[in-house]
Design a binder for this molecule. Sequence first.
Ligand code: CTP
Length: 416
Amino acid sequence: LAMTEDILQLFSELPERIRKLLRAAQQAGDELGYSVFVVGGFVRDLLLKVPTQDLDLVIEGDGHAFARVLAQRFPEGQLILHEQFGTARLEFPDGSHLDVARSRREDYASPGALPQVEESRLRDDMFRRDFTINAMAIAINSTRSGELVDYYGGLRDLKQGEIRFLHNLSFIEDPTRILRAIRFAGRYGFRLAKETRDGVDTALSTGVLRKLSNERFTEELMHMLRELRFGVMGESLLQMGVLKEWFESELAWDFTHPVLNKEVPPKRKWLICLRKMDLSQFERVQEKLRLSKELRGLTQKFFEVMTGLSVLRSSDKISLEDLDHYLEGLPKVILEVLMLDERFHDSLKRYHEATEGIKQKVDGMTLLQWGIKEGPEIGRILKSIRSAWLEGEIHSEEDEQKFVAEILKNNPTKST
Ligand code: CTP
């Protein structure tokens, strides 16, 4: 593999949308006389034959001029120019994007620089990246289209299935790479190369991880959560001591549940891996992470309910009404995760069976229409209707109507 021919073959198998982008980039590069390379994750995934969405281009020349030419051919794309870095991004309605960067070296001279100088810039650019498998480029100008530029053994590591850093300050310079290494390893079923694994240990022992902001750590963790094999990644985080270092204590993470490596919503995976924690551990998690409002709320609720149910369980018999207090209107994902817990299994099943058939039609609005004055009475009546359903005193809409009529008959607050 990775002969130019093979790469051209892989290009030809790409979705038309991406081939069109590559063709346009080639034309723009040829016209402007710039060398153009596709780099990074795109190259890695192309060689692994994994579908890719986003394109990263590195060019030798004026990045903004190049991006403008490209943008003209894609009116549906939105062009964003970053003045400060000379980079540009083309964003498409489907959420995918194309990034353009100039190979970063400050001593950039003329557009017609000697090829060797150009190559050394690309080499520098690649050297600044995280892992060998992410530090490859493929030329796309028509004169050398499909040529792999692999200075650091990326292709070898792809074949060997190894994540290898480019130099041993890599993790110190950018501690998020510790999590990235684990994420890529988990995603592709790779392992960390020996020195790289040692590099993680060294970096962790210097305490560099704690220099990361809560936002950045959380962001990396959320990237993992969206991956198929989150469970595998979580196990590595534990094993390598990353979580202990970040949370400054051993929390009861549980990444062993098989669902964590299946195609299920991230929020479900999240609650699953937290479910063995106690309240103080959970508070630590909330403190050290900047979760999205939704996930934060969900986590909070999950723990409230778990705590509530545990307390209930220690009493003799849990009434349906007690269960209802915690479980009514609860997001489905919380119920699903609670169901995994043997301690709650029976109560939840009983609750599920009792609530399944509830077809409560009367709501606050109905009661208002029937002449009950606005106020706490409404809440009380609704509650008694619900509990009658739960206790099996009401089985149908007719029962419900009768039940309410009965209440209304004796209701002193009823207006005339
Ligand atoms: N990169 C890096 N160090 C980081 C983040 C990114 O060196 N901390 C480099 C890598 O070369 C990577 C490229 O920037 O390939 C783009 O980063 P990103 O889009 O985050 O990663 P991808 O490799 O595209 O991975 P993914 O498939 O997860 O999008």
